[in-house]
Write a protein that binds this ligand. Sequence first.
Ligand SMILES: [Zn+2]
Length: 264
Amino acid sequence: MGYTIKSDIVVPNGYVYNVSALQPGFHQIHMHSTGNPTASVQNERDYLAGHFPEANYTHLVGITNGEVDIRQVMNTNGGAWDLGGDWNWETYAAIEFSEGSIKSQADFNKAYPAYIWLARYLAKQAGITYTIDNLNTIGIKSHNYASATGHGSDHVDPIPFLAKWGVSRDKFNRDLVNGIAEQKEENKTKTKTKKVVLKDMLLFKSDVDTNFGSKNNVYLSDNGVVIRIDSTSSLRELQKDGVPYATLTKKNTESIINALGGLK
Ligand SMILES: [Zn+2]
């Protein structure tokens, strides 16, 4: 996983699902941009907190203080009032690209791969195919396409916003279906070069010394950084994403520390 999704939920859990009396089964990821040229990611989040009964969505992507900012602002898998048409009842997730957070081409180039990554990540999570803008119920849909086919309002986002920064509709569609190759390469390089160092291992050992043997925790050496995974489902998710790891036991942790010159 190349990015972190920050949980910043401002809409009550199951709000749309309950108010609209929906049935389970949400088959689409919806791609939007906010259309507000001045609002930051935080501004959009704050606005949603006060206005979610009018319209809503599940995620924001943009740039905050020079860094990619991915926020989840509403729970997934429950519909959303994001399109203004009958496909609102198919929303597993609705992603808004924060137009106002993008001040330069460099900002856009940094945030756009995150926007694509998030769509594919959520599609995978929901078991939704990587297809874009067709009339099948299941798939990824732009607001533009939903509107053009009678399933949304009259909004045309995010196509003009993407075009303004040099991404054509064709490229956008290709990226959603195939992913962005540069990203994968970058992650691979990192994996090859980073090493576990003694400091990481000693910190790790002192943190979990008493917990070894618990069946509820699996300890991983991920990309050189030792992390603790609290459930087998998140472990499976990481494995599916191809995160390299090794399961650590008390014995091999101590031998790694010794090999690195520690534990005198
Ligand atoms: Zn939209």
